[in-house]
Design a protein around this ligand. Structure first.
Ligand code: DX5
Ligand code: ZN
Length: 221
């Protein structure tokens, strides 16, 4: 397994030509497609749903689709995303009444399950469910918008979650989301992340391959 997964957030892609954008970013070396789902309720923004996920699959996207649900309630949208071709489904504990149940629901539909921690969410929320997770997604901005600045205290939080994951001895990904750029990804990787969401840093750049290459080089340095 690659130790550095780059997951471009299509939130910053050109939605008028989304299929082409996803093809281009994958051809440029991306590993996953990060798919931000916002409901104008759990977060103050409205984006895309299962139909768009399904459209990308029909378009021919075979890479893992990493669905980040910022919706409340979570459970009733999970089967729709699984059917639409999601590979990983992550959700916020604040948006689910029964976190353990939602994790099992995601897995029962054949997807990998992730839990998302907001900047102010304590890491203890992982304590009784970490063994069941495939991924922990740490927010380094408040969810809702692309293009925000990386919150520096997340580095310490990354180290704390990395220690918890290592203690399980299991293969659980630690993904970071928000404000990730080529010039801060090195310290983020050093703090323990092994999967990196980047929206504006990639899609606002003229050459996707160049940014992804610089990101990988910074992680490896
Ligand atoms: C924010 C989203 C992020 C966001 C990242 O709620 O979850 O995935 O699009 O965008 P950048 O990389 O621009 O901070
Ligand atoms: Zn996201």
């Amino acid at each position: 397994m690659s130790t550095c997964l780059i997951a471009p957030s299509i939130l910053s892609a050109n939605f008028a030509k989304l299929g082409e954008e996803v093809d281009n970013v994958l051809a440029a070396g991306a590993d996953w497609v990060h798919f931000d789902v916002m409901d104008n309720h759990y977060v103050p923004n409205l984006t895309i749903g299962p139909m768009v996920c399904q459209a990308l699959r029909k378009h021919g996207v075979t890479a893992p689709i990493d669905v980040h649900l910022m919706v409340e309630p979570v459970d009733r949208i999970v089967p729709d995303f699984a059917e639409a071709g999601a590979s990983i489904i992550s959700f916020h504990p604040e948006a689910s009444r029964h976190v353990h149940r939602t994790i099992q629901l995601i897995k029962s539909h054949g997807c990998k399950a992730g839990l998302v921690l907001n900047p102010a969410t304590p890491v203890d929320v992982l304590d009784w469910v970490l063994d069941d997770l495939d991924l922990v997604l740490l927010m380094s901005v408040n969810p809702g918008f692309g293009g925000q600045a990386f919150i520096h205290s997340t580095l310490e939080k990354l180290r704390a979650v990395r220690r918890k994951i290592d203690a399980t001895g299991k293969d659980i990904r630690l993904e970071i989301d928000g404000g990730v750029k080529a010039d801060n990804i090195g310290e983020i990787a050093a703090a323990g992340a092994d999967a990196f969401v980047a929206g504006s840093a990639i899609f606002n750049a003229p050459d996707y391959a160049d940014v992804i290459r610089r990101m990988r080089a910074a992680v490896a340095a």
